[in-house]
Design a protein. Sequence first.
Length: 661
Amino acid sequence: MEGGKEEKGIVCVTGGAGYIGSWLIMRLLDRGYTVRATVRLDPGLNRDISHLTSLPGASEKLQIFNADLKNPQSFDAAIDGCVGVFLVAYPVNLEQIEVDDAANEMFVEGTLELLKACLKSKTVKRVVYTSSTAAIVANNKGLMEMDESSWSDVEFCRTVKARGSSYIIPKTLIEQATLKFAEENGLDLVSIIPSMVVGPFICPHLPVSISLALALILGNRYQYFPTSQMVHIDDIVSGHIFLFECPNAKGRYICSSAETSIHDLAKFLSIHYPEFEMPMNLLSEMKEQKPVHLSPNKLRSLGFKFKYDMKEMFDGAIQCCKEKGFLEGVLRDMEGRSEKGIVCVTGGAGYIGSWLIMRLLERGYTVRTTVRLDPGLNRDISYLTSLPGASEKLQIFNADLNKPNSFDAAIDGCDGVFHVAYPVNFEENEADDAMTKKIVESTIDILKACLKSKTVKKVVYTSTAAAVLVNNKGLMEMDESSWTDVDFCRAVKFIGSSYIIPKTLIEQAALKFGEENGLDLVTIIPSMVVGPFICPHLPSSVCLAMSLILGKHDRYQYMPTAQMVHIDDIVSGHIFLFECPDAKGRYICSTVETSIHDLAKFLSIQYPEFEMPMNLLSEIKEEKPIHLSPKKLISLGFKFKYDMKEMFDGAIQSCKEKGFM
């Protein structure tokens, strides 16, 4: 064994500080290789690499090189003289939806520069490139089994703005470029394609793939995926070394050993790890899907054997999370849920209000909500009273904006107030000045009740993008400094002025009152809210967003462009701003913008069962949508979780279930 170790050569592992990179270094050292690892040692980053330098054999056989993908030549010294190179390095970002073409081009070119360094060295015999199943599965072919001949469709991802496109697209383009470069330049290169990597880890940070795999345990509901494919860390690392050492390896190789739906995963986790409670109420909102099978037959045909099952993947991951303290926050959060205070949600029967109540109850708040219970209206609020936790922690109060004092009892004794209530009216083009004045005064009276209570610490007021967008300045990007021009709306009798004008005036009055009276008040500014809904009526924003599907020409003909946000993102934004001590002023909450023509293309691709009215759309002038910048909200640490596909998936599913289609 020792004699075998002495004969191993020098290899380079890029991205050595990461999950796969660090485990690969450990196994290469075990096998007797001398390893050169590249790490981005930014002086301001103060990066801890003791998990590498303390590995057995590291003092004799591991060298650390400072290198950065943004400076490809920085890898030359590490590669020169090596017999093999494992290209693992990649700056993972699964959160971003928008694709940065300039960054993509830089990553592709940077990777090719690394391959040129391999050729220049004259010593590198083989390169193993670490790709991702993200380069395989993202297409609209509807296949339930995929192999190495499958590729993600980059244009499809761009069109539908698929979740994680900022990761999927560059990983696909890089793998295609590396294989092409190798073939054209006689470089022996193979790519290995791991699914979600799960298992123990030696790096000090929580790997992204572990965070995704343990989302049900960690409570990261925004990271739930309907299906997943997985592989154990030791299997994927063994696959890298196997393909490097196997003389017959050529092209691409899928390395994946398990697939599951999120519902089956929840059952698996509840059986094997009963100490962790599964969020069955949240899972009930997700449609069950069958996972795509990623075939590893090509890798197996070379003689490779997988050694680990799903139980061993999660045993290792959970144990490491416990040892490194990543599960402490879960336990603290569970303990802290009982310590949440009392909050009031006005307009609890509406779309945003009802979803907000549901999420606040889940987080452990006691909620008082106001609903207009007109005796002649016979209003059904069972969708609120039947929410999990509602019997213990939800109180319903009868209140009406026409009688502002009717909110006093609901507000008195609360720690916070979410003022969502507003009588939506998009139809009228002329604003009723008397009605507008009355609604503004009602809002101020509610804020006075907050002051009078002596207990309300913060108010979150739900404004609208309509209070930002409507002016004649011709701007293509707007932020919180932008305001709708009320006089302009009056002069041109802008469509929906009966909604736009009062919402603008209310927000301005609320901010002014908060500042003058020492009331901690923030406003959140949603664009068009789209997604699933629990209320029994069809929300006006969902009706507007789905007007092309529902055949409502009277709606979409006046909507050449649209900005949108998922219902769960806007509700999370409300709670985030309430809980964030640094939140001040206005915050735009919007993730997607589109033209009506691009929306029609998106819907026809994603939901071909619905015919788009292309003849009617041809009568509408194409316009470029205004970008509503959510940078101020993001700068506080807020993260958007949903893309346009998920917005419409949820909306369509709810519409089908409730008979609106």
